[in-house]
Design a binder for this molecule. Structure first.
Ligand code: HMG
Ligand code: MG
Length: 298
């Protein structure tokens, strides 16, 4: 028994490109967003309003948001780690902001330079201000299964972080396996912990594919009734503060699996493959997606 419909958020322009060493021009990022919406994506994580010293690749957030020709019915989300980022994001009129913390202390320190408790204190006014303006708020929880610095993360810590996010008014929780060490049962346990505080319709999975487990983990979540997932076109990406972690599961691979399961996504796989080829050509490499590779070699 799996859901009949799935919503995919393409995080390629943000999670995918944030780790690229060579600058990707804003025009290329904008073109990628356009191609993703053309392929039928209904939510796109566009950029991050973070410190350019920490993540230089996202320094053009304002330019990218301003350059997108918006489509009705598409939600454009952006990462905002603090009030400064949130205020800067407003000019770009995001439909949704993403605050991002972690289930592990060490990752919180490395990624956003503060403890979990401090992060919650920083997020609370951002959530309040966003909701007052009618902007949706998603909370991302990194290292929900494993941490590059602390190792395995117990479901109790996922439960605790989910509770804190709920308490400050976060509407939707994205549970992330940042370094892709999760396997299906471990991911299900993390999701069960998050479900203590968030309804199934307010929960999504965000799986990096470092160990090749992301599709299996996605299926394990579908079997629990979870129907929202992040994925990255061409399998782009990685996190600058999680050494060796590869990109998110490729959107093309998820769509191929969902099509085969008879689950509706509204995404045109051929157009999606073209979008992945566009950005991969720019980056001078092949798409990191088995489905895209197979389709391109046909
Ligand atoms: P900090 O240094 O502790 O911040 O960084 P601060 O408040 O002490 O300020 C220091 C300087 O940064 C000041 O500038 C601020 O103005 C500036 P200065 O006076 O030195 O010139 N600053 C900012 N500039 C632009 N935008 C801002 C901002 N805030 C302060 N929003 C901070 C704290 C959070 C800013 C920093 O640690 C940071 O930018 N971290 C970003 C890390 C990041 O983007 N990581 C990748 C995204 S998360 C991810 O990929 C995981 C996810 O995919 C899920 C998963 O897979 O796990 C979501
Ligand atoms: Mg990520």
């Amino acid at each position: 028994q799996v859901p009949s419909k799935v919503k995919l958020v393409d995080v390629g322009p943000r999670d995918g490109l944030q780790n690229e060493k060579e600058p990707v021009p804003a025009a290329v990022k904008i073109e990628l967003v356009h191609r993703l919406q053309e392929a039928g994506l209904r939510e796109i994580e566009v950029t991050s309003y973070v410190s350019p010293k920490w993540v230089p690749q996202m320094a053009d957030a304002a330019e990218v948001m301003a350059g997108i020709a918006r489509r009705p019915g598409v939600r454009y989300s952006v990462l905002t780690p603090n009030m400064k980022g949130f205020e800067a994001s407003l000019q770009g009129k995001p439909d949704e902001i993403v605050i991002f913390g972690a289930a592990s202390e060490a990752f919180s320190q490395r990624n956003i330079n503060c403890s979990i408790a401090e992060s919650i204190d920083r997020f609370a006014p951002v959530v309040e201000a966003a909701r007052a303006k009618g902007i949706r708020v998603r909370g991302a929880m990194s290292t929900a299964v494993g941490c590059p610095y602390e190792g395995e993360i117990a479901p109790e810590r996922v439960e605790m972080f989910a509770r804190r996010m709920k308490e400050i008014g976060v509407q939707h929780l994205g549970v992330a396996d940042t370094i892709g060490v999760g396997t299906p049962r471990k991911v299900q346990r993390a999701m069960e912990a998050a479900l203590k505080h968030f309804a199934i319709d307010d929960l999504s999975g965000h799986f990096h594919d470092t160990y090749g487990q992301a599709l299996a983990n996605t299926l394990a979540c579908l079997e629990m009734g979870i129907w929202q997932f992040d994925a990255s076109v061409a399998g782009l990406g990685g996190c600058p503060y999680a050494k060796g972690a590869t990109g998110n599961v490729a959107t093309e691979d998820v769509v191929f699996m969902l099509d085969g399961l008879g689950i509706e996504t509204g995404i045109d796989l051929d157009k999606l493959v073209d979008a992945g080829k566009f950005i991969s050509d720019f980056l001078g490499r092949k798409p990191n997606s088995r489905a895209a590779t197979a389709i391109l070699n046909k």
